[in-house]
Design a protein around this ligand. Sequence first.
Ligand code: SER
Length: 323
Amino acid sequence: MERILVIGANGQIGNELVDALVAQHGADNVIAADIGPRSLFGARRYEPVDVLDSNAVAHCIENYGVTQVYQLAALLSVTGEQVPLKAWTLNMNGLLNILEIARERGQSGKPLRVFWPSSIAAFGPHTPAVDTPQLAVMDPTTIYGISKQAGERLCEYYFSKFGVDVRSIRYPGIISYKSPPGGGTTDYAIAIFHAAQRGETYPCYLGPETTLPMIYMPDAIRATIELMDAPAERVRIRSAYNVAGLSFNPRELAQKIKQYLPQFGISYEPDSRQTIADSWPHSLDDTYARADWGWHARIGLEQLVLDMLANIKAPRCELHQAA
Ligand code: SER
């Protein structure tokens, strides 16, 4: 029986991952943790834990007999550029604390399987942008991307040096409706749906042809759990796996939204986030994930747009219903 701790449970991924893990393992076996107050989602157990407080995390793991940790607490690319030292400290020390706890527990016969998210932000302007291979030049330009690249190296190091069973995915931009957009360069692809449903023209901070790798949340959650459930010997990559969902640019996304909301309009007002997006891949080659643990994406643009529009309700409709 697994006992699972999700750190960063209030964030975009954590929020939905907790639900999925509760469905799989039962509410008693999933402990949601984050700084700040409880805001739960199905898990009965919540612990206010700061991942930077290594002792508190270690106590939580010991008390609950935790066997798997998802360490999701991080600052994203745009927020990170506003507070680079804070982003570096949280993103790196958070991971290091968990890896150290896993190393120590492994030595005392209590192995801990660890998941930590990497990102397309670990790539940079000299990375081949189309069908970016698993092994490629990585020269990230944001503090977020630098922390992800360094984190990947740490994961591989703790695996090969200490046998820590750590697993990771280079997430594309994750699109979802349960959390508000915020903090990421790829978040235009969430904000656009909120604007569309409010009947507003969306001022897009990326140019129309800025193609980026994206993934819809149900695919991202499935990838995460499939990787964590894979037998250890199948997980040959211990830095982080390329995982492809779909790729599109703002013009293509807006066109698809217009098919369902013909009055929707978009304007293009690129800002500093354009430079970040321009340094990232357009699409990913996920051959290793497919070969090693059977990954394949299921959700394309049509389904994504329909589902987002169905779940992000138009305020005017709500008012209408309430009247
Ligand atoms: N979605 C993230 C960001 O835009 C990338 O991992 O910062």
